[in-house]
Design a binder for this molecule. Structure first.
Ligand SMILES: Cc1ncc(COP(=O)(O)O)c(C=O)c1O
Length: 351
């Protein structure tokens, strides 16, 4: 197996982290059973710990965030109905049309300026009762909101949305792939963010450093049904305690480091902003979005320039690039990254 290049600064996503030796040891030593038969003690432990952290009755381990999100949609969304979702959401853009393909759901994407779905958006998106109009069955929110640069949706905004949805008899699902970041950035408890949503998905493999794993949490009856849907989707696992051990390690040992990623994100944004022709959004968490002036540099040329310095970022829509900070961007990689950008700010791009 080729060892990863120690010089590469990989900012494509916070999913690129590699499990550190202590996490690998925890995986190797995990006590396991057969989770589909219900007797994997390490999976049980992880599920109980996550349910408590999220203030929900029950949590279930999933192989991926997409599967956990889509299970939440399949359980709570009604076939042939609409799901109101924020317009930049992962569920809308990056889940391969799963809601339509797997459960016959129509996504009603609502544009917001800042990624925050508010009661007035529901006023506009939930259709009046009529035999000619689709019914709405679910509302989805994303926190932190990736497309707007890892923005935090506050507990108070979530409370307002939860009240507006409940008034219409609609459940709310939160894609909390990076919810740990929202809590770390604000100093609020995770339950403050989850108290007004019915179900919540969180990832262990984004930022926290586990190689695999997401969790769906919610009321016990919803999770009973989610267990069946997970199996239908092929997500019923066996000795998954090996993976759950990595998740437990990530939760217990790596959450406290997330604010370092936020500090580094601010440093990266400032360094990008200092380059003529680049304007970076102010990061609230670990995601940095920067817009390029096409008169100065194209996204392709900028990404190519970075790659020539073994720095990897991704294009995120026309004229926009993204860099995501995570625990494998250590201080020496960070210094090299800032050095390359400050050189670029001084001397411009090579012709
Ligand atoms: C906001 C958000 N939701 C869901 C997912 C899906 O997670 P996974 O890649 O584990 O399926 C991602 C993945 O990056 C994400 O960023």
């Amino acid at each position: 197996m080729a060892a990863p290049d120690p010089q590469v600064v990989d900012l494509r996503s916070d999913t690129v982290t590699r499990p550190p030796p202590a996490m690998r040891r925890a995986m190797a030593e995990a006590v396991v059973g057969d989770d589909t038969l219900g007797d994997d003690p390490t999976v049980r432990e992880l599920e109980a710990e996550v349910a408590a952290l999220l203030g929900k009755e029950r949590a279930l381990f999933f192989p991926s965030g997409v599967m956990a999100n889509q299970t939440a949609l399949a359980v709570q969304g009604r076939w042939g109905s609409e799901v109101v979702v924020e317009g930049g959401a992962h569920i809308f853009h990056f889940e391969e049309g799963a809601a339509a393909a797997l459960k016959g759901l129509q996504l009603r994407a609502v544009h917001t300026d800042d990624g925050v779905l508010r009661p007035e958006h529901l006023d506009a998106a939930v259709r009046p009762v009529s035999p000619y109009l689709p019914r709405t069955s679910l509302v989805c929110v994303e926190n932190t909101h990736l497309a707007s640069g890892g923005r935090v949706v506050s507990p108070e905004d979530l409370d307002a949305l939860g009240r507006a949805a409940a008034a219409r008899g609609l459940p709310v699902h939160m894609d909390g792939a990076r919810l740990w970041h929202a809590a770390a950035a604000t100093g609020r408890d995770t339950v403050d963010f989850t108290r007004s949503v019915d179900t919540v998905m969180v990832c262990l493999s984004k930022g926290l450093g586990a190689p695999v794993g997401s969790m769906l949490a919610g009321p016990a009856d919803v999770m009973d049904e989610a267990w069946r849907v997970r199996r239908r989707f092929g997500g019923g696992l066996r000795q998954s305690g090996v993976l759950a051990a990595a998740g437990l390690y990530a939760l217990r040992e790596h959450r406290s480091g997330l604010s370092d990623d936020h500090r580094r994100a601010r440093e990266l944004a400032a360094a990008l902003d200092a380059v003529p022709g680049i304007s970076a959004l102010n990061p609230e968490t670990n995601v940095v979005m920067a817009d390029l002036d096409p008169e100065v540099v194209s996204t392709g040329d900028f990404l190519g320039f970075l790659e020539s310095h073994r720095i990897l970022m991704l294009e995120f829509g026309p004229g926009r690039v993204r860099g995501v900070l995570h625990r494998d961007v250590d201080s020496s990689r960070m210094s090299r990254l800032l050095q390359v950008l400050s050189e670029c700010a001084r001397s411009g791009f090579p012709a």
